[in-house]
Design a binder for this molecule. Structure first.
Ligand code: NAP
Length: 488
């Protein structure tokens, strides 16, 4: 999509609530540097504060949306609201008035028209049922509101990637309508809020708590139709540090672009969303690393051998799958063993604990440089299959595999999730004595030191955790995404 907000950037609307007008002004002042407009919920004000509202637009100094979400009520309440809104609109200075789409408020709409205040017709759906309908139905509603000269605004929960896709398709189907706001709520809808400009929305919302992040970390207000967009996709993904890492690198390198987190429960839907929005680089994490390989048009040799991709690149003719986990794993290994280069790893003996996705990346990386390996896994058959591919020894992750280690190993690589939450404090291989080897490398980075690393350290063995691997693979991704090295 190529739609943009006015001026080519995404506008940020400060959504604030305060019981007093003084409080509202203080919040606007606090966030002024990051906000383009602000929405004032007058229904959240103390009733006696309403008399101070007429002076607010001038004092605020930024465009204001007048919003009053009283619960639907008959008689006096509705009359009171209509009167209050009409009086405020007549007092002047408001940029927009936000009226629920399903409430007929003709007097307020008339007052808005005669005072040249734009009327927003908004729909809120906190259950996501609107997105269970068709794209055509959504698009028809957007068109009918716009045809009346009003601004359609939809905020709806996205309960999964398919629902976000419906919202994104509706935005695509109505991209000729420049004045609209379509936002998906919840973690699955985050992309539509952060990339609202790309979806042709006039603005996105920020709270006093997160508006600085939207402006400084994501740089949404610098956004244009050709700003590169990257994302980390996984489920869950809220804990990911990748947006902070990549956005900081982009800023420090002086490169345009923003990097967001997209919770994804359907990789195919996610790729279609990326195609529509124009996301060109993806970091892929659990549980999609294997699935994405079959959805891509091309895959690198290493990704195919490993059977998983953690990096996707959108080239002109399709998605390309790459794996930077293997190189990221290898990068700190030689140094940690006191060697000058990865070539010197040839002939070294390694114990590999685990045979999952991370193990496959580590094993193929070590196989490529000639490390001899013994692979032990809880599910012995997985160890067998992986070991056969690279000519390694294998066995169950149990004391009966002691004999495979009788000649000793130079170093051990721990690749299981045992040692991190919810198995923090557990040791995947309590029967093995790490004192004979030079290094234990645990791919877990949170906690910083697992029980196994603490045990190895106590035995006088050097240890490293997975933080360097994480950083190295992210650096490689950054370079693949942008064509520039990540700043130090
Ligand atoms: P995965 O594909 O699900 O593999 C999980 C591995 O852990 C399998 O070998 C599994 O054995 C084993 N395992 C799980 N529970 C176990 C238990 N109770 N006892 C013994 N073994 C158990 O996951 P993954 O993607 O490989 O990730 C594994 C770990 O690597 C995670 O802690 C992850 O944070 C870390 N990692 C780090 C980086 C980094 O950059 N530092 C990158 C990727 C992954 P079975 O085959 O028997 O199920």
């Amino acid at each position: 999509m190529t739609s943009e907000g006015p001026g080519g950037a995404t506008r940020i609307c400060l959504r604030l609530s305060s019981p007093t007008v003084k409080g509202i002004l203080a919040l606007i002042e606090h966030c002024r540097a990051y906000a383009d407009l602000a929405e004032i919920r007058i229904d959240l004000l103390e009733p006696e504060e309403r008399k101070n509202l007429a002076a607010l637009p001038e004092a605020a100094g930024i465009p204001l949306i007048l919003s009053a979400r009283w619960p639907a009520g008959a008689g006096e309440l509705e009359t009171e609201r209509t009167q209050l809104l009409t009086n405020l609109l007549d007092s002047g200075g408001w940029a927009y008035v936000d009226l629920e789409d399903n409430r007929s408020m003709d007097r307020v709409a008339d007052a808005a028209r005669s005072n040249r205040v734009r009327t927003i017709r908004s729909r809120f759906d906190f259950h996501g049922t609107l997105l269970d309908g068709t794209v055509g139905e959504l698009a028809a509603w957007i068109r009918s509101v716009a045809a009346q000269g009003d601004l359609p605004k939809l905020e709806t929960l996205c309960t999964g990637s398919r629902q976000l896709l419906t919202l994104v398709r509706a935005a695509l189907a109505t991209q000729d309508i420049r004045d609209k706001v379509l936002l998906g709520l919840g973690e699955y809808g985050a992309a539509s809020r952060l990339l609202s400009g790309r979806l042709g929305s006039l603005w996105t919302y920020g709270s006093p708590e997160d508006i600085r992040t939207l402006d400084i970390l994501y740089r949404l207000r610098e956004f244009t139709h050709d700003t590169p967009v990257y994302a980390v996709v996984g489920n869950p993904v809220a804990h990911s540090r990748s947006p902070t890492i990549h956005n900081t690198w982009l800023r420090e390198a002086g490169l345009p672009g923003t990097y967001i987190a997209m919770r994804t429960d359907d990789a195919a839907a996610m790729l279609e969303i990326c195609d529509i929005i124009g996301i060109t680089g993806l970091s892929v994490t659990v549980p999609h690393k294997e699935t994405v390989l079959s959805l891509c048009d091309y895959s690198g040799h290493l990704a195919r051998k490993i059977g998983a991709a953690n990096t996707l690149l959108r080239a002109g003719d399709g998605w390309r799958a790459r794996n930077t986990d293997a190189a990221g794993f290898l990068a700190p290994l030689a140094g940690a063993l006191g060697l000058d280069s990865a070539e010197q790893l040839r002939g070294k003996k390694a114990l590999v604990i685990g045979a999952g996705g991370a193990a496959r990346a580590a094993v193929w990386a070590m196989a490529d440089v000639g490390v001899d390996m013994v692979i032990l896994n809880r599910t012995a058959d997985k160890a067998r299959r992986l070991a056969r591919q690279v000519g390694a020894k294998w066995g169950p992750l149990a004391p009966e595999s002691q004999s495979l280690l009788a000649d000793g190993v130079d170093f051990a690589v721990q690749t299981t999730s045992v040692g991190m939450h919810p198995k923090e404090g557990e040791d995947p291989i309590p029967w093995w004595n790490p004192s004979d080897c030079t290094l234990v490398y645990d791919l877990i980075y949170r906690p910083e030191k697992t029980r196994l690393l603490l045990r190895a350290e106590a035995a006088g063995t050097a240890v490293i955790n997975g933080a360097l691997m994480l950083e190295h693979q992210a650096r490689l991704q950054f370079e693949l995404f942008t064509g520039h090295p990540a700043p130090d």
